[in-house]
Every structure is written in C-alpha cells, then in structure tokens.
Design a protein around this ligand. Structure first.
Ligand SMILES: NC(=O)C1=CN([C@@H]2O[C@H](COP(=O)(O)OP(=O)(O)OC[C@H]3O[C@@H](n4cnc5c(N)ncnc54)[C@H](OP(=O)(O)O)[C@@H]3O)[C@@H](O)[C@H]2O)C=CC1
Ligand SMILES: O=C1O[C@H](COP(=O)(O)O)[C@@H](O)[C@H](O)[C@H]1O
Length: 597
C-alpha cells in the first residue's frame, strides 16, 4: 500500500549533518513592500522586459516579482546592506536582464529537477506549467529542466513524453512550435533510484555541466509517493545540492496522514533542509479565485465590514468532482476524501477566508494570521461530520463502477469518498458561525466554490413579497473557483412593472467575459513563486501541525469505530446525510435546489 511514511533513517546508508542544502538568507522575505518598485508580473514580453530594463537603467535596481508583486529576493543597488547580503542569490529577473558588468559577474543559473518525472502529475501538470512559464517569458535566461525517475529513458524519450502534454496559451499561440522546440532543448533526463546517493551524484555532475561554473540555484520538485520523500531529500542533499546558490525543495501532498506521521515527516525533512527550503505545495492556494479572495475582502470597503458573525450566517466551502478515483484507488484508499481534499485544500481556503487583516502581504504575516485561525478552531467532532462512499449502478444500458469495484481497493473498504463537516472558529469574529465543508468524488458535477450566506434582513419590509421562505431571500456571495471562474452576489430586486414583485438576481463578475484570456494554471504561479523564493502560498510547518490537530482525532475515531459511510450513487448529489448536517446548523447548502447558478 502506498503512502506509509518511512522513518528518516529507513534507508539511509550514511549519516549526514542537518541543513546540508545551502539556502537563501532570511532577509529574503523580511523586506518591506514600499521599499521597492511594483511591476505587474505578466505583461506582454516586449513591454515587460523593456519596462524592467528601463527602470533598471534609471534606478540601477533589479526587481523580482512573485505572485503578490512583492519583491522577494531582489537586489537593490541603492541599498548597500541588501546588496552585500544577497549577491549570492540574484533574482530571476536579474538574470533576465543583466544591465552592467557587475551583474554579469553574478549571472546565475536555475535548474528545476522534477523527481518522479515519469509520473502522472509530472506529465499532466508540472512540465506543462514549466513550459507555460517559459512561453510567457517568466523563466530566467539560464535555466535547465531535469527529469529524474527510475524508468529508463533518454533525454529524447523525455522530450517526446512531455511534448505530448505541452500546450501554448489559447489566446496567443504565436511561435508555439518554436517555443516548444526551444523549451525541449532545455529538458534533460537522468534515470536513477530514489535512495541512491550515487545516482544523485551523477545528476549533480550533469547539473554542473549545464551550470558551467555560474552561480547555481536548484529547485527539486518531489512529484513522487510520500514514502520516498525522505530518501530523495537525503540523497539529493548529500550529493546534489547547490554549493553556490540556493537549493529549494517543493514537496507534494500528502504531508503525512495524521499529526504523528506529519510531525515525523517534518522532523525527517528538517534533518536535511531548513524550513525556508521546504515549499509544501497546496495547489488550491495557487488558484486564481483563491488568490482573489483576499483582494476582494481587503481592497473593497463594502465587504470587510460584513465579514463577521454579525452579518454572515454560514460559510460553505464546496468541492465536487464528477469522476471517481479511477486509476488512483490504491493511493486514495489509504487517505480518503478528508485527507485528500478537506484537511488541506478546503481548510486552507477557510483559513484565508477567516483570518484577520495581516500586517502586510509578507509571507510570514499572512501565514501567522492563518495559523491563528486554525488554532482558534475546535477539533472536529464526529457528530459534526457525515461520510459517504459512491456505489456503482446501471442506467439505460450504461453502467458506472462503485468505489470498491476498483481492483486496487479492498472490497470491504470503509474509506470515505465524500464528507461533509461543520467547523467552528472560536474567536470574536466568528463565534457560532458554521463553516460547512463538503467534498466528494463521483458526484453530478465538477465544481469548487466558496459560498457566503448572509443573515436575513432584520424586520424586512418586504417579507410579504418573499413568501414564507426567508432563506430564498438571503444574500449570498459566491466565489466560483472552478470551472468558469466567477464572483457573484445574489441580491433581491424588484421585477419591473406595476405591482411589487421581488426577484433574486446576480451581480456577476464572470472572469471569461471580463478578462478573455486564459487563466494560468495554479502550478505555474506556485512554481514561479518557488523559484522566486516567495513563500506566501506554501504551507509552513506550524500551519500543517495546526491543520492536522483539527482532523486527527476525528480520523482516528472514524477508523477505530469503523464508521460505515453512507452509500450514494455515482453521479448523484451525494449522501442525504449532508442535508441533515446543514439543517442541524440551521442552514441549507447553497449549491443544491434551484439556487445553484
Ligand atoms: N496525480 C495527481 O493528480 C496528484 C498527485 N499528487 C501527489 O503528487 C505526487 C506524485 O503523484 P503522481 O504523479 O500521481 O504519482 P505516481 O504514482 O504517478 O508516481 C510518480 C512516479 O514515482 C515513481 N513511483 C511510483 N510508485 C513508486 C513506489 N512505490 N516506489 C518508488 N517509486 C515509485 C514512478 O516513477 P518510476 O517508476 O519511473 O521511478 C512514478 O512515475 C504524489 O505525492 C501524489 O500524492 C497531488 C495532487 C494531485
Ligand atoms: O489534490 C488533489 O486535487 C485533485 C483536484 O485538483 P483540481 O485542481 O483538478 O481541482 C483531486 O482530483 C485529487 O484527488 C487530489 O489529490
């Protein structure tokens, strides 16, 4: 069975000292925002580069922009102290636009090594995201991509494999073929075992060849099952970390399966890496609408005053997929939907939603606020959770499989493929407000959204016109994370004409209509942030601990008591129990009934 954490000593063949990887200085993320210029990250290439160049010419400073436009590891020639500190880690944009011989001296190289390059995630998401960054001219001049896995492949085989999943931006497609060819020339492959220092040493030699003596920054993306994370980090740290620039490691979830295993994983990783070097990815934090949540809230006066128990009746975070665990049943059965979606993606959104205003957009300020929210929540109780599992059925000559029909899933599996839960943030702002989380596979639709249901209007003058069901007149703010990103607010208005008939309408910001260009994939944003050293969208270890503390007792209880999930048909709206759970907290799910626009 996949997924058991190996203790860090498991296959360690040699001892090593802590923090073998070299890492960026902490000053990287302690700069104040207003010290720097602000550039939009994605403007067309010519204007973007020329803007940087002209600013650099006039101010002699380089700017590196991460997803919050916060210059993270920039080098300012105005600031002697930061110059001295950070010469060892020039920024991406710096190497994009060398402007004087001083900077030429420090020209740096960047490599991204995708460990587990033969796998599903690498093919589907990571290589396409790196290419998209290249296509958008967001990558530095000197960059190399390496694939690493056990599968025997040549460089050419890797290129053929990844070329099948590369796509150019829908709204551009200019020079697409050329760009792909240029990109593929930068891609190389090394076949090796995950626990072999020798094989990583060979990788190091190949990396050094490409780096050609320049200052080298290395990013490792661990796109592998979690039971080999520590082996890889150990081997790479001992034999393949950069000795001149930074070394960073992106770790894919799952980060453990409960508090203990997660703590153990963190402890093991920290034998070889400092916290600054670990980039725990939760790709939902890279989604456009999740990014927009804080903007909506903190840059519009109309929302923030309403953002509390005084006006908000419930917050609903909903994830549904219209397919089952096909092909991933073996992995999934060890985790279940609560660990796969709720404890990370939905909880992260909840923390961003509920946090207090951070001191600044600095990663540490934001993550401090998120941790406070998580630590203000009471651990989940069994009575506030319902679990379900999809079953197969046949309809009109077509049959769909149940979860346990998957040959890699035990026939008597009790693993939930659906869960709904009510969580509470016990602080002054949110006391008593249910945060309803719902996540499920093999449901009737694919969707992720944040629904904010406001309280009923007190002493409503128009009560008569709404009829008896006041819930139907409740204002609701919806952030549709996917598909068809949108932000809309349900309001009540008068139907034009004589008489007084009320209607419910949407004030709608539909992103495709407003911004008719493709929205970057979450992995693009996150990869760029990792290259640029922006940690805001990555999970800090104390956040992770707090998240597991909320779910671990419940997960244990579910397993110990062998709670049987409620069966629901593949393609349905999920177990009825979810409605009882909402009703218990005096609310209704916003995504059911005629209201789900
Ligand atoms: N796929 C997805 O959509 C998502 C995946 N993730 C996470 O990302 C990581 C990678 O996912 P994914 O690509 O699906 O994983 P895969 O199962 O496809 O594994 C990736 C690669 O790791 C190697 N590998 C697989 N199993 C083992 C094993 N038991 N021992 C040693 N090596 C093994 C294989 O390469 P080789 O045999 O060539 O060495 C494989 O190609 C996982 O941690 C997963 O949980 C997170 C979110 C979504
Ligand atoms: O992390 C995961 O996410 C995917 C859903 O991601 P999305 O970006 O396509 O919404 C989910 O299918 C998978 O089970 C889970 O591990």
């Amino acid at each position: 069975m996949a997924g058991h954490m190996s203790p860090c000593s498991s296959s360690s063949s040699s001892s090593s000292s802590a923090m073998t990887f070299s890492h960026a200085t902490s000053s990287e993320f302690h700069k104040s925002l207003d010290k720097f210029l602000v550039f939009p990250r994605k403007t067309p290439e010519s204007s973007w580069v020329s803007r940087i160049r002209s600013r650099n010419r006039s101010r002699k400073s380089f700017q590196l922009k991460s997803s919050n436009e916060h210059p993270v590891s920039s080098v300012s020639l105005h600031d002697g102290s930061s110059l001295a500190k950070e010469h060892s880690m020039p920024s991406v944009k710096e190497s994009l636009s060398p402007v004087n011989s001083e900077s030429e001296k420090f020209e740096s190289t960047y490599s991204i090594t995708v460990v587990g390059a033969s796998g599903d995630l690498a093919k589907k998401k990571i290589f396409p995201a790196i290419f998209a960054l290249f296509y958008e001219d967001c990558l530095p001049k000197n960059f190399t991509v390496f694939g690493y896995a056990r599968t025997k492949m040549t460089d050419e085989d890797l290129r053929t494999m990844i070329s099948k999943t590369l796509t150019c931006r829908i709204d551009k497609r200019e020079n697409c073929e050329d760009k792909m060819t240029q990109f593929l020339k930068r891609c190389f492959y090394h076949s090796g075992q995950y626990n072999s220092e020798e094989n990583f040493r060979e990788l190091d030699i190949k990396l050094k060849e490409k780096e050609a003596g320049k200052l080298a920054n290395r990013l490792f993306y661990l796109s592998i099952p979690p039971n080999i994370f520590v082996d890889v980090v150990r081997c790479a740290s001992i034999t393949a970390s950069s000795t001149s620039g930074w070394t960073r490691v992106i770790v894919e979830k799952p980060f453990g399966r409960d508090s203990e295993s997660s703590g153990e994983l963190t402890r093991c990783l920290k034998q070889y890496l400092s916290e600054d070097q670990i980039f725990r990815i939760d790709h939902y934090l890279g989604k456009e609408l999740v990014e927009n949540l804080s903007v909506l809230r903190f840059s519009n006066l109309v929302f923030e005053p309403l953002w509390s128990r005084n006006y908000i009746r419930s917050v609903q975070l909903i994830f549904s997929e219209d397919f089952g665990t096909e092909g991933r049943g073996g992995y999934f059965d060890h985790y279940g939907i609560i660990r796969d979606i709720m404890q990370n993606h939905l909880l992260q959104i909840l923390a961003l939603f509920a946090m207090e205003t951070p001191v600044s957009l600095d990663a540490e300020d934001i993550r401090n606020e998120k941790v406070k929210v998580l630590r203000s929540m009471r651990p989940l109780q069994l009575e506030d959770v319902i679990v379900g599992q999809y079953k197969g059925h046949s309809k009109g000559g077509k049959s769909v499989p149940g979860y346990t029909d998957d040959p890699t899933v035990p026939k008597d599996s009790l693993t939930p493929t659906f869960a709904a839960a009510a969580l509470f943030v016990n602080n002054a702002r949110w006391d008593g407000v249910p945060f309803l989380l719902k996540a499920g596979k093999a449901l009737h639709t694919k969707r992720a959204e944040i629904r904010v249901q406001f309280r009923h209007v007190p002493g409503n003058l128009y009560k008569r016109n709404f009829g008896t069901d006041l819930d139907k007149a409740t204002n609701e703010l919806v952030l549709r994370v996917q598909p068809d990103e949108a932000i809309y607010l349900k309001i009540n208005n008068k139907v034009p004409g004589l008489g007084m008939r009320l209607d419910r309408s949407d004030l709608n910001l539909f992103f495709k209509a407003r911004y008719p260009r493709e929205i970057p994939d979450a992995y693009e944003r996150l990869l760029l942030d990792a290259i640029e050293g922006e940690r805001r969208l990555f999970i800090r270890s104390d956040e992770l601990d707090a998240a597991w503390a909320l779910f671990t007792p419940l997960l244990k209880e579910l397993e110990e008591k062998k709670i049987v999930p409620e069966l629901y048909p593949y393609g349905s709206r999920g177990p009825v129990g979810a409605h009882y759970l909402a009703a218990k907290h005096n609310v209704r799910w916003g995504d059911v009934g005629g209201e789900e626009s």
